[in-house]
Design a protein around this ligand. Structure first.
Ligand SMILES: NC(=O)c1ccc[n+]([C@@H]2O[C@H](COP(=O)([O-])OP(=O)(O)OC[C@H]3O[C@@H](n4cnc5c(N)ncnc54)[C@H](OP(=O)(O)O)[C@@H]3O)[C@@H](O)[C@H]2O)c1
Length: 226
């Protein structure tokens, strides 16, 4: 049993990670910006309805308020945890500012907290294809969201800049999420490919496998249904 803190726990990837971690019997701290907006996340019913700062439910998930770009908050909330997952993305912020800020706050805050391992949910667009070209640079790939891709890339660079201080790993779909997809419990690692898919639930299986038995370190790993 590990103690795992999950930032962005109210989002699609975050909720799947909370569910998979609980399924394996881990103790989970779920960080969201406003617990009142995430009723039910603790697994004990409409726990968020009171608007209080923290909720603990019978499901064993502690729901707390926190901002992933605030290193002091990360350090404070992550104290006593073995590993962290960040599935946070702020679509209202400038991507080139948000993702590096989150990476810096996570690396700095987690080192201070003594949490050893960080998994960040990344973006397939900045993952290498089999030929070594980044997916976003392949012919026909949509370019209207390029600022978002570059924001994720800058976040990955900020993780690399942390050097050996933290054991981090970026995991993304090799292509995209299969939004309606169910949990099969299976996946495989793969280079980027636009047509590749994985369900959120199976993506969470990959995340938790890398916490329970780490196999990859300080790189960007793609996963797909398999
Ligand atoms: N093809 C691909 O590779 C692919 C496809 C989809 C997504 N992704 C990536 O996967 C990641 C997760 O995506 P998703 O679909 O799960 O996104 P999502 O459903 O939008 O969830 C993102 C969560 O981040 C939280 N958040 C925003 N700003 C925060 C902050 N400052 N501190 C803490 N939490 C914050 C939001 O929480 P609040 O409730 O507080 O607003 C939201 O619940 C993202 O980085 C996204 O870019 C990759």
């Amino acid at each position: 049993m590990s103690r795992i803190i999950i930032f962005g726990a109210g989002g699609r990837a975050g909720r799947a990670a909370v569910g998979e971690a609980r399924r394996r019997g881990h103790r989970v701290t779920a960080v969201v910006r406003d617990p009142a907006r995430h009723p039910g996340l603790a697994g004990g019913g409409p726990d968020g309805a009171t608007g209080a700062e923290e909720h603990v439910a019978e499901g064993g998930v502690r729901v707390v308020a926190g901002d992933v770009t605030d290193a002091d908050a990360v350090a404070r909330l992550a104290a006593g945890h073995d590993a962290a997952i960040s599935a946070a993305a702020d679509l209202g912020a400038r991507p080139g500012a948000f993702f590096p800020a989150a990476a810096r706050a996570l690396t700095g805050g987690l080192v201070r907290a003594g949490a050893d391992r960080l998994l960040v949910v990344g973006l397939a667009s900045v993952l290498e294809t089999a030929s070594g070209t980044l997916l976003m640079d392949t012919p026909g790939y949509p370019q209207e969201y390029r600022d978002f891709y570059l924001g994720h890339a800058a976040g990955n660079e900020a993780l690399r800049a942390a050097g050996a201080a933290l054991d981090w790993l970026v995991v993304s779909p090799a292509g995209d999420f299969d939004h309606g997809g169910a949990r099969t419990g299976r996946y495989r690692t793969a280079p980027a490919a636009a047509a590749s898919r994985i369900s959120y639930a199976d993506f969470a299986v990959a995340l938790l496998d890398e916490i329970d038995a780490p196999e990859h370190r300080r790189t960007h790993l793609g996963v797909e249904e398999g």
